[in-house]
Design a binder for this molecule. Sequence first.
Ligand SMILES: O=C(CO)[C@@H](O)[C@H](O)COP(=O)(O)O
Ligand SMILES: [Fe+2]
Length: 231
Amino acid sequence: MAVQISPSILSADFARLAEEAKAVGGPGGADWLHVDVMDNHFVPNLTLGVPVVESLSRATDTPLDCHLMIEDPDRWAPQYVEAGAGSVTFHVEAAAAPVRLAREIRAKGARASMALKPATPIEPYEDLLPELDMLLIMTVEPGFGGQAFLDIMLPKIRRTRELISKHGLELWLQIDGGVSASTIERCAEAGADVFVAGSAVYGAEDPAAAVRALRATAEQTVATAGWACAH
Ligand SMILES: O=C(CO)[C@@H](O)[C@H](O)COP(=O)(O)O
Ligand SMILES: [Fe+2]
């Protein structure tokens, strides 16, 4: 599978969201636009909700990758599909019924994705992986952009890639937090194929060029990585 880049609008100018979305879109641009939804309960920060996602989905052709850092995703996640999200990620730590929720997201027509905070292990969820289109491994504590990449997550990324290969799944493996020109290589080498980058894209002078540079580095790494050669 090709490498995908999902710039996080958390680091964009919220007063100019449509323009900021366009700045990374178009041919050769971002594959997804990562939308961080925070409710000030699951994480100590507050961002945006369903109405903004609805407007954003009308303002850009880039599909929306909604990362829900909220309590009660069982109730809210389906509404993000209806608002136009192409992919909806809920946190397993917050979901009451993750399998039922993943099935509902898929049935409504979006890709279903589940996120793990840094301290949440992958092993208890091995049997649940076939229910998902993507797994998100957080490489910072969720809540804020611009934090330092947690190197200690690399073994978890490696183990997850092994599980995906072992079960022959099509599951995408997304990494979120501290992804930059200097960390993306380690993530790709460990087995990630979908990369969220906030400050590394929107903090750059030319966000579109930053997306292209991240993609080039990740593609080069994946092409030579052991996990990619295995299938
Ligand atoms: O979900 C989150 C933070 O909780 C992320 O999506 C951040 O927005 C990524 O920002 P950078 O670490 O790339 O600056
Ligand atoms: Fe995120």
